[in-house]
Design a protein around this ligand. Sequence first.
Ligand code: DGT
Ligand code: CA
Ligand code: CA
Length: 571
Amino acid sequence: MAFEDNQQLTRIFEEIADFLELQGENIFKVKAYQKAARGLEGLERSVTELYRSGALVSMPGFGKALVEKVGQFVDTGHVELHLQLKSSFPPEILHLMDVPGLGAKKAALLYKELGIGSVDGLEKALREGLVTDIKGFGKKTVDKLLEGIGLLRQGEQRWLLGRVSLLADELLGRLRALPVVQRAEAAGSLRRGKETVGDLDLLVISSAPEQVMEFFAGLGEVIGSGPTKTSIRWEGTFQIDLRCVPAESFGAAMQYFTGSMDHNVALRGRAKRMSCELNEYGLFDALGQCLASETEEEIYAKLGLPWIAPELRESGAELEWENQPERLELSQLQGNLHTHSLWSDGTDTLEQLAEEAQKRGYKYLAVTDHSRSMVVANGLSIERLLAQGEEIARLNRGFGDFRLLWGSEVDILGDGSLDFPEDILARLDFVVAAVHSQFSMSPEAMTERICRGISHPYVDVLAHPTGRKINRRVGYQADWERVYAVAREHGVALEINCSPRRLDLNDKAARRARDCGCLISLGTDAHSLPEFDYLPLGVLQARRAGIEAASLLNSLSWEQLRKRRPHLADV
Ligand code: DGT
Ligand code: CA
Ligand code: CA
């Protein structure tokens, strides 16, 4: 599905947006390029072809100026503005803007005042106290930036689950296509659904391991290789380990290399207490007789355990549980409860969202565009919200048993009030409330703010509750026990936001919220159609939290969701 030209131009537009922001250009101009980049990413046709056929002009978000840039790209492979901008800054300056906590304004100032144009340069200047003379760079900012550089470096080491999933799918596809490969699977932290992955572990059954090794070694820079194991570095940074294992001990190898380390230690301890030995080749009794090796199920069974789902293999404590939770399946979800359309900062029309949702078998889709305070995200005024409601009602009349839910992602303002008045929210089918501003409040004030926000009637979900962005931003501090108690009291669900950068709540927090009696809601926060693919990432996170379908708002039918709004007329 990926078109090379679309990918190249996406990247160019993203970089133009970053450069313009660095130059202090109007934020709406910056957003226009970001939006165009997102639109291209989700395109199911080649942009070159679209441009040549003249169909590009009718695409939302592509005004005259942007179409012209596409034209330059199609004709020359470059965009003039991009080359110009690129040549006027140091080569690594965009990477500098990846430092969490360093916005474009600050980056521009550092560049102008001190000529800082790289992450290493910034770190040096921070440590040597060179920045303290610049306005806005007090000790607090310096500490925050150093923390940000730490997060960035961490992010270079551990990739996001969403990214590694895509990479694994591609590589497994290529391995399985080899005639000498009988089976290929991913193990390690990816199989456990961990939110970040340190390295990717692949296992293969093959009739000719040396051919597999040769093929694999050709995919990246080789770090190490042997007759049945090869490690490569992907894109210069990310390690991938491939092992060929015998078919008769595939289960034992999957078990061993799935981990976690702590889970394995606990399992081996259990084997020992039964006078057995467990390793990557199988489970053996005191005489060295193999008791089980071909499948994981047999190994767990011989150890007197049910098969434990990979997502739950973490601390080792899961071996002692009386009951394993029922494993959540994507098919148990009736819909997606957090999405954006072209009405705010998404790239697709309501029709396109509805079509995609039906294609994926959803029974409903909540369209939750931003509220009026989110000016940079093209938040809806009351008038536009009401107009959107009419449009949704009109579309719903044309569907069979599918429904678009007319929703809003309403801002919880600094004082805990909501960004739309109660009588407006009362008319909506579905409301997710979220904090998008003033992250650095004291924990006490943030707790009050959130609790007040979710105490309003008609709030269904607290979206991305902690505001964290993995490897970018730690999230705001609050008394979460109190938040869960108030959410439970008001029947507000806590979101597991499925976006790979967020996965917020995380596994531990989601488990705790559920234990406190809260419902959990899964929403992709999709701003374009391919981002509907995020839903399975949220399912993995929910599984890691031991959350079953019964605790999910998404398990409810459209009619049951509707019953939460008894005052609304039937549709
Ligand atoms: P990561 O890559 O840091 O995200 O986490 P993992 O869990 O994928 O760790 P990795 O790649 O080092 O190893 C994969 C699995 O192999 C790990 O979860 C457990 C198993 N494993 C690796 N080394 C050892 C070891 O020395 N002892 C035991 N018991 N298991 C090991
Ligand atoms: Ca790994
Ligand atoms: Ca590994």
